[in-house]
Design a protein around this ligand. Structure first.
Ligand SMILES: Nc1ncnc2c1ncn2[C@@H]1O[C@H](COP(=O)(O)OP(=O)(O)OP(=O)(O)O)[C@@H](O)[C@H]1O
Ligand SMILES: O=P(O)(O)OC[C@H]1O[C@H](OP(=O)(O)OP(=O)(O)O)[C@H](O)[C@@H]1O
Ligand SMILES: [Mg+2]
Length: 325
């Protein structure tokens, strides 16, 4: 038997359920044959895949070291924990969940500090006045350094924080913070405010591939199949299927529908009897149905799509291009 493809999936927290649901929608069922406490699993529909259940941060480090082929984790963890991330891993696809921003936040009472430029003045003044540098509490050390350097801010010191980072200014272990936020509730509750240009990274969960994993032909083929499922599902969810038949349905009308409603026609133009199948973005459906009826359609039916398999697989193409370079 060839060595399996290893796919790392978050073992807990907010990313876990979302990841499972994401693969299920793509027609891939993650299962733990030896029970929920097991940290190894399989994909019911595919042979030769091993699921490794790990913490989101461990997934980033295993991807960097080539210990897993693919992983689901936050872009924040990838960018923070992997030096030269774009060389070591490829972000194949944003998954539409786990969205959060890594931000610079200061006490709300600092009314004059709105931007990184303001912060630059304040940090310099602080150092002159107190004879020490301003402290930033964070676990995003590398992201913080790079971002502050890009804004020319140098008079600060990082205090590494493992948890409850937002509490640091109130308890006096730091003057400000860099942390991840979604709703902003935790920042507000701790009397903090994000700088106007203080968003370091807009993160979401990604499907990530490792360069240094053992990319045997078997592992590639299994990945192609997984990415084919995901791409087909993604394509399907961007459109609804619209079907109608009417004699006035000609090429000119087609072009107009395409231009006005973002419609695509995967199976070509109308048949000789005017039968047509279109794919239309969900938010343009009603307008398109109106347009078609105006031009003579008696009936327009609209249905959801589960999968749309195209010959091209943009996700697998991305992986192949990455592994070639
Ligand atoms: N509001 C949020 N706060 C923190 N992380 C979030 C949020 N929303 C999405 N995420 C994403 O989830 C990832 C992991 O967060 P999660 O809290 O689930 O695990 P963890 O922080 O690694 O584990 P633990 O919190 O138990 O230490 C983050 O790095 C980020 O990519
Ligand atoms: O902007 P908000 O919606 O308020 O969310 C942000 C908070 O959520 C996360 O904490 P988490 O719940 O993961 O606990 P942790 O600090 O133990 O990781 C994160 O570390 C922030 O503290
Ligand atoms: Mg957390």
């Amino acid at each position: 038997m060839t060595t399996p493809l290893v796919l790392a999936v978050p073992s807990k927290g907010r990313l876990q359920e979302n990841a499972e649901a994401f693969f299920a929608r793509a027609g891939l069922t993650l299962s733990k044959p030896r029970g929920v406490r097991d940290y190894r699993g399989t994909i019911a529909e595919l042979d030769n895949v091993e699921i490794a259940y790990l913490s989101a941060s461990e997934i980033a480090s295993q991807l960097a070291r080539g210990l897993v082929h693919l992983g689901v984790t936050g872009e924040d963890l990838i960018r923070e924990s992997i030096v030269d991330a774009d060389k070591r891993v490829a972000l194949i696809n944003g998954l539409g969940f786990g969205s959060a921003n890594v931000v610079v936040a200061v006490p709300q009472s600092w009314i004059d500090v709105r931007t990184m430029a303001d912060l630059d003045d304040v940090t310099t003044g602080f150092r002159a006045q107190h004879n020490r540098r301003m402290r930033i509490a964070t676990k995003y050390i590398n992201l913080t350094r790079a971002f502050f350097a890009s804004h020319g801010v140098v008079d600060y010191r990082i205090v590494e924080s493992a948890g409850a980072t937002e509490g640091a200014p109130a308890v006096g272990t730091a003057e400000m913070i860099v942390d991840i936020t979604t709703t902003g509730a935790t920042l507000t509750a701790n009397g903090l405010r994000v700088l106007d240009d203080g968003v370091i990274l807009r993160s979401q969960a990604n499907l990530v591939a490792s360069r240094d994993a053992d990319w045997s032909s078997g592992a590639r083929e299994t990945t192609r199949i997984i990415l084919d499922h995901i791409a087909a599902r993604a394509r399907a969810s961007q459109y609804r299927e619209v079907r109608t038949r009417f004699t006035g349905c000609d090429t000119a009308l087609f072009t107009e529908a395409h231009d006005r409603f973002g419609v695509v026609s995967p199976f070509g133009g109308p048949t000789s009897s005017g039968m047509v199948t279109l794919h239309c973005p969900p938010d343009r459906l009603y307008a398109l149905a109106g347009f078609l009826r105006q031009h003579g359609a008696e009936t327009v039916s609209i249905a959801s799509l589960d999968y749309v398999f195209d010959r091209e697989n943009p996700l697998f193409a991305k992986l192949e291009a990455f592994l070639r370079t």
